[in-house]
Design a binder for this molecule. Structure first.
Ligand SMILES: [Zn+2]
Length: 220
C-alpha cells in the first residue's frame, strides 16, 4: 500500500520531491506531535494509520480525524501555520514517507499540482472534523463505534485489526466501560468479534446499517 496523495502527483513533481522523502517505521502509540509543538516533519502514511486527537485538560481526547494512505500529517505547516493544534498518535504500525516541513514548504511554493492536492486534502480533513463534531454530540455510542470501526477498516483495507478498549475510548471521548458495552452489543448482533483488542468485522453491510450516516458522509 502506497500513499495516494503522493501517487496523485505528476511524475516530474514526484521525481523532484522523492530525494527528500525518507521511509520511516512508525510504532503503535508513538506520539508524532503534541498541541503547541512546532511541526518539523510531514508524514505521508503508507500502511500505517495516525489518529488526530483534540485534547482537553491535557488528558481527555476526541479523535477528530484519521490519517491513512489517503492522507498526510502536518498539512497545516504546509499552509503556513507550523504549530500543532492536535496530538497525533500512531494507531496502526507501519511505514510512512517523511519529509522535513521546511523543505516541503519550499517545494510547495513552486509546485501547483502539490498545492492542488494539499488544498483539496485540507478541505477534506476539515469536513471530516466537522462531521465528527456533529456525530459526537448527536449520535449514540454504538453507532459512533460502528462508524469508527468501518473507517479504520476502509483506511487499512482489512477486516481484521487491533484496537484496544483504551485507544477506542480515547478516540471516542468516552470511558472504557462505554466502549465495552457498545462493542458487546455489536458482537451480540454478530457484526464483529472483539477479544483483547483483536477486532474482526464479520458483517460490514450490517455494521454500516447500525452506524450513523456519518460513515457514508466521511467516506464520501
Ligand atoms: Zn454519527
Amino acid at each position: 500500500m502506497r500513499n495516494r496523495l503522493l501517487a496523485a502527483l505528476p511524475a516530474d513533481d514526484m521525481a523532484r520531491l522523492a530525494p527528500a522523502l525518507n521511509t520511516v517505521q512508525v510504532a503503535v502509540g508513538a506520539v508524532l506531535c503534541e498541541p503547541g509543538q512546532t511541526i518539523r516533519n510531514i508524514y505521508f502514511p503508507n500502511d500505517s494509520l495516525i489518529s488526530l486527537l483534540a485534547v482537553a485538560e491535557g488528558r481527555m481526547t476526541l479523535e477528530v480525524g484519521l490519517v491513512g494512505c489517503d492522507g498526510m500529517l502536518g498539512a497545516s505547516a504546509a499552509l503556513g501555520h507550523d504549530v500543532a493544534q492536535i496530538r497525533a498518535v500512531v494507531q496502526q504500525a507501519g511505514t510512512a514517507s517523511c519529509i522535513d516541513s521546511a523543505h516541503f514548504c519550499a517545494e510547495l511554493r513552486k509546485n501547483p499540482s502539490l498545492q492542488g492536492v494539499l488544498y483539496r486534502y485540507n478541505d477534506a480533513l476539515l469536513a471530516q472534523a466537522i462531521r465528527i463534531a456533529v456525530c459526537s454530540h448527536f449520535h449514540v455510542l454504538e453507532a459512533r463505534l460502528a462508524r469508527s470501526l468501518l473507517i479504520t477498516r476502509d483506511r487499512l483495507q482489512s477486516e481484521k485489526f487491533h484496537l484496544t478498549h483504551e485507544v477506542l475510548a480515547h478516540a471516542l471521548g468516552v470511558r472504557r466501560v462505554g466502549v465495552t458495552n457498545a462493542a458487546s452489543a455489536l458482537q451480540h448482533q454478530k457484526l464483529i468479534t472483539y477479544s483483547r483488542g483483536n477486532i474482526e468485522i464479520l458483517d460490514a453491510p450490517g455494521l454500516a446499517a447500525v452506524s450513523c450516516r456519518c460513515y457514508e458522509v466521511i467516506k464520501a
